[in-house]
Design a protein around this ligand. Structure first.
Ligand code: NAX
Length: 335
């Protein structure tokens, strides 16, 4: 059997963490021939639910789950870590301003970046789920300068999966038939879902989403209602469930890591927030969601796509928001 891959999950006893660790145990990250060692990190006041989660993981007897460790120490959590899934974050409390949220999370993700820099495997790959995910990722990366920049990513895969499912139900196909919908920018209300590269497989032949416009009632739906419905899906779920998305977020985190490590299929584009190299005019160093393809454990930004005027405007807004978040977070860390 292969050597286990060392995976650290923060916020492991929370809503998303609780679903994620079971999916990970089932082999969703790296396939059915790759064992994993799990390290769970929680805050001291969530130690008991974390221990309870481990009892349940033990009871699942997952063949691929070689070892499980728990800790409340950030210094222990990342020793030898090869994949860090950073889910734990400070939620927005009542009366808390965006500035405070950025500042509180800035501190958490700075400390985690420093710990990754010091203790993790030199090729440790990082997925940030905890919000504000893009800016938290930027902070972690800044404080882990010895790890390659391209190893830091934030999750917009849930938004992409939501886009697939919303379009699929509109057209009346299965979401697995939808490919190459793109999420640009921030994982926030300013995200830019973009169907212009979308493909519907077997409809009745593979074709561009735009070629199936008849089925999406009119041209406008894709650039208006679709975009809003994707961006507001999280809020719609909270309204129904009275809790935020958990299993779907954990599932999207598995999809993100799986495609990064195992690779995307030929012709398949997925969305990941990565540290910008300046592609598409986005300031270098921002954590921005781009269309990517993955091969041999590395992602590559899909270049040369065109934006229509509306998309271009929306991308300006999301970029501006990311710049503001970055500046607020860095200012509060410097203070
Ligand atoms: P929960 O509040 O249920 O769980 C968070 C857990 O993290 C708690 O158990 C808490 O004790 C722990 N925690 C907090 N700070 C920690 C720290 N410094 N070190 C270790 N553990 C820590 O939240 P949950 O619903 O699981 O959501 C987790 C995060 O994911 C939130 O920030 C949420 O906003 C974000 N989301 C991100 C999504 C994305 O697509 N990127 C979508 C889903 C989700 O909203």
């Amino acid at each position: 059997l292969k050597q286990p891959i060392k995976v650290t999950v923060t916020g492991a006893a929370g809503n998303i963490g609780y679903a994620f660790v079971f999916f990970a145990g089932q082999g969703r990250l790296f396939g059915q021939d790759q064992p994993i060692d799990l390290t769970l990190l929680e805050l001291p006041n969530s130690k008991r639910p974390m221990m309870g989660t481990v009892m349940e993981l033990d009871d699942c007897a997952y063949p691929l789950l070689a070892n499980i460790r728990t800790t409340t120490s950030i210094d222990e959590a990342f020793v030898g870590c090869q994949v860090a899934v950073l889910v734990g974050a400070k939620p927005r409390g009542p009366g808390m301003e965006r500035k405070d949220l950025l500042s509180e999370n800035g501190k958490i993700f700075k400390a985690q970046g420093e710990a990754i820099d010091r203790y993790a495997d030199r090729d440790c790959k990082v997925l940030v789920v905890g919000n504000p995910a893009n800016t938290n990722c930027l902070i972690v990366q800044r404080y882990a300068p010895s790890i390659p920049k391209q190893n830091f990513t934030a999750m917009t895969r849930l938004d992409q999966n939501r886009a697939d499912s919303i379009l699929a139900s509109k057209i009346g196909v299965h979401s697995r038939q939808i490919r190459n919908l793109i999420i640009w920018g921030n994982h926030s209300a300013t995200q830019v879902p973009d169907a212009s590269q979308g493909i519907i497989m077997n409809y009745p032949q593979p074709g561009m989403v735009t070629a199936a416009r008849g089925a999406v009632s009119n041209d406008k739906w894709l650039t208006t209602e679709f975009v809003e419905t994707v961006a507001k899906r999280g809020a719609a779920i909270i309204q129904m469930r009275e809790k935020s998305s958990a299993a779907s977020a954990a599932s999207a985190a598995c999809d993100h890591i799986h495609d990064w490590f195992i690779g995307t299929q030929s012709g398949q584009i997925v969305s990941m927030a990565v540290i910008s190299d300046g592609s598409y005019g986005v300031p270098e160093g921002l954590c921005f969601s781009y269309p990517v393809t993955c091969q041999n454990g590395k992602w590559q930004i899909v270049q040369g796509l065109q934006w229509d005027e509306l998309t271009k405007k929306r991308i300006e807004v999301t970029t501006k928001e990311l710049i503001e978040e970055r500046d607020l977070a860095l200012q509060s860390l410097a203070a």
